[in-house]
Design a protein around this ligand. Structure first.
Ligand code: ATP
Ligand code: MG
Length: 412
């Protein structure tokens, strides 16, 4: 089936047509074309949505879908919900379930909660996809959403569970169970749920990592741990919405680097977009180096290219706040990162990070002092974890993520 979509961008209160997207499929094979609207090319605030789509006239073509349009599409968790709904519909209509394509996933998620500032409509209609009549649920719905998510993971969900979860739950990427809810002030929050398949209380550890990151001087979203029915939920304010609820454009590091999922790239390459078109490149480069040190010291080895991103402001791109920070014990996974630190070596190592500090605009002395600050903050990990309700046994179980030569070197 071929699709023709108008691509819009919300920018500082306006909704601007930026281009047209054609998506085609022949069996399982998908291809796409995109063309910028002439008015966007001439717009004073214009920017390229993807390095594969430079601001120029004419059509661009790709196998699959352009990375810029996979950022605002669901990942494992959202896709799983949408597949389940398709099976449910197929059963009710006594037909075979359809294989959903990338373009289906992109357009089936809710417009209001979609990541970043891109919006999609069937060509010429102005009707944004997808819009249900369900509002974003309030904080008090978390218990119901958590129970529904748990039943999905246990393959025991009802039709109602899926209906409840889909609108607020499918839009953002990632594999873990999650949903968007509004807090008391009406801010959209990302709620990350515990899963019955977890080997440790993941939301409590993610809350611990966030608190340590904040203390280590890393830009992080407002976040807190919320206990519902005695179960921990990690809550984080959305960084792609401003205080008034306006959308802020987002680009993942995967898109910025023109990479594909699973490809090993390096922290140094995350500097490229900041150097090329950054609003505050020196500041963000230093932030990025601090983040790399933090990830080394807490053994956050799942620091892949979709776990870093950029936000667009009037002056250019800025590094998005850090998110998806999780310690990983060494009995489960060795201390090797998803990105290399220096273009070659993915081994967690303060020495390797120090050897590339110059690329981040830091003198060795400045770099050492940042490492010492991050190290001092991370040393408090046992107290912070205990404060977030982790027991002594649970804390000891995570010790290998935090107690290693690198932290001793950082604070030496
Ligand atoms: N605070 C936030 N505001 C807006 N978007 C966010 C925020 N945190 C994460 N995201 C977006 O949602 C996606 C999923 O979030 P996150 O990475 O925390 O989930 P996850 O399921 O743990 O991911 P993974 O599959 O990498 O383990 C991220 O890749 C990012 O694009
Ligand atoms: Mg993630």
């Amino acid at each position: 089936m071929d699709r023709e979509l108008d691509v819009h961008l919300d920018w500082q209160g306006d909704t601007i047509l930026v281009g047209r997207l054609w998506a085609r499929s022949r069996g399982q094979r998908e291809t796409a074309s995109f063309e910028y609207d002439a008015a966007w090319i001439a717009h004073p605030a214009n920017f390229a949505l993807d390095p594969a789509l430079p601001l120029a006239r004419g059509q661009f073509h790709v196998g699959g879908l352009f990375n810029a349009f996979t950022d605002p599409a669901p990942d494992r968790w959202g896709r799983n919900l949408l597949k389940r709904r398709e099976r449910q519909h197929a059963k009710a209509e006594a037909r075979q379930p359809r294989t959903l394509l990338d373009i289906d996933y992109l357009t089936l998620v809710e417009d209001v909660t979609r990541l970043g500032a891109l919006r999609f409509a069937e060509a010429g209609t102005g009707d944004f996809l997808s819009r249900s009549d369900r509002p974003i649920p309030p904080l008090v719905s978390l218990g119901t959403l958590l129970s529904a998510a748990t039943r999905v993971i246990n393959d025991k969900e009802s039709d109602d569970d899926l209906r409840l979860l889909l609108a607020p739950g499918a839009s953002l990427g990632g594999a873990r169970p999650k949903a968007i809810v509004l807090d008391q002030q009406g801010h959209p929050m990302l709620a990350k749920f515990p899963s019955p398949t977890d080997d440790w209380p993941v939301p409590r550890w993610e809350a611990t990592a966030m608190e340590l990151a904040r203390a280590a001087g890393i830009d992080v979203p407002v976040s807190y741990l919320h206990i519902v029915k005695k179960r921990p939920i990690f809550m984080m304010q959305r960084f792609d919405r401003d205080e008034t609820g306006r959308r802020i454009p987002f680009m993942s590091a995967l898109t910025a680097l023109g990479a594909s999922d699973g490809e090993v790239r390096s922290y140094i390459e995350l500097l490229d977009l900041l150097r090329r078109d950054g609003a505050t490149p020196e500041r963000d480069a230093a932030q990025l180096w601090r983040r790399m040190i933090f990830n080394i010291l807490i053994s956050n080895t799942d620091d892949h290219l979709r776990n870093h991103g950029y936000l667009r402001f009037a002056g250019g791109w800025r590094l998005a706040p850090a998110y998806d920070l999780n310690p990983m014990p060494t009995d489960v996974k060795p201390r090797h990162h998803a990105l290399t630190l220096d273009g070659e070596d993915d081994t967690a190592s303060l020495d390797t990070a120090l050897s590339v500090a110059g690329y981040f605009g830091l003198t060795l002395e400045k770099a050492r002092s940042i490492a010492a600050e991050v190290g001092a903050a991370v040393l408090a990990w046992r107290d912070v974890a205990a404060g977030l309700g982790l027991t002594g046994v649970q804390i000891d179980r995570m010790a290998s993520a935090f107690e290693h030569g690198d932290i001793l070197k950082a604070v030496a």
